[in-house]
Structures are given as structure tokens and as C-alpha cells.
Design a protein around this ligand. Structure first.
Ligand code: HEC
Length: 115
């Protein structure tokens, strides 16, 4: 088992080093990369898991991908009907609400996740 872990770790390192100079352009950013900043800046203080105020941790996670998985599983996103997602219909309650641009980014992400 220990050897297996080492092999996997080496493979991850090799893969990570394969493209050291690749930098993302705006066009390469995924819809999630556009939506996450809106969520983390506006909602994560209370809905981010650790130190949360609300007890509703739909943004819990220590990486972008973990947060995405939490949010998908949380039930506050309605993939069949993005506009009806609880994350958007909840409306202002505590703290600031989304700007129109932030709503657009979140809707674009939800639509990008639709099968
Ligand atoms: C200052 C703390 C705070 C911030 C910031 C905050 N919330 Fe909340 N949120 C709460 C509390 C407290 C509750 C539970 C009470 C309630 O429902 O109002 C809650 C509940 C919720 C719920 C679940 C309950 C329901 O009615 O469905 C959703 C969804 C939600 N918030 C979305 C958001 C979104 C989206 C943002 C960012 C735009 C946000 N919240 C920002 C404190 C916060």
C-alpha cells in the first residue's frame, strides 16, 4: 500500500511538472472559475463551513473543486431550472446580495453543469 501511494504521488508530481509555464487566459477560464469568486466574496463568510454563521454550509471545502462538489450536492442548485435555484431565489437576508454580473456568472455556471 505504501509503495502504491508513492507511485501515485510520483505520477501526480510528474503530471504537475509537465506544463510548468502554462498560464490561464480569460478564454480558458471555466464557468466555475467565473462563478466561484462571487460566491466566496459574498456568501462564504456565513456558508463556507468553518466559522460559519448560518449552519448551512453549501460552500464548504478547502479547494475550488471541493466547494464545487459541496455546492452541487447541497440542494440549493436546481439544475433542471437554474433560475429557480435556492441560491438565487433566497434573496437578501444577511450581508450583501449578488450584483447582476454575479448572478449572470452563477447562472452561466449552473447551465454549464447541465447534462
Ligand atoms: C452574514 C451572514 C450571511 C451571509 C453573508 C449570507 N447568508 Fe445565507 N443565511 C444566513 C443565515 C443566518 C441563514 C439561515 C436563516 C435564514 O434562512 O435566513 C441563511 C440561509 C441561507 C439559505 C438557506 C435557507 C433558505 O431559505 O433556503 C440560502 C440558500 C442562503 N442563505 C443563501 C445565501 C447566499 C446565496 C448568500 C450570498 C449572496 C448568502 N446566503 C449570504 C446568513 C448569511
Amino acid at each position: 500500500m505504501g509503495t502504491f501511494v508513492k507511485i501515485v504521488a510520483s505520477l501526480v508530481l510528474v503530471t504537475a511538472c509537465a506544463q510548468p509555464n502554462e498560464s490561464s487566459t480569460t478564454a480558458e477560464l471555466t464557468a466555475w472559475d467565473e462563478a466561484l469568486p462571487a460566491l466566496s466574496s459574498t456568501c462564504a463568510a456565513c456558508h463556507g463551513g468553518s466559522g460559519q454563521v448560518a449552519g448551512i454550509d453549501f460552500l464548504a471545502g478547502s479547494s475550488s473543486e471541493e466547494i464545487r462538489q459541496t455546492l452541487i450536492a447541497s440542494g440549493v442548485i436546481d439544475f433542471a431550472n437554474p433560475y429557480a435555484s435556492r441560491i438565487l431565489t433566497k434573496g437578501i437576508h444577511e450581508g450583501p446580495w449578488f450584483s447582476a454580473e454575479q448572478v449572470d456568472a452563477i447562472l452561466a455556471w449552473i447551465e454549464s453543469e447541465q447534462p
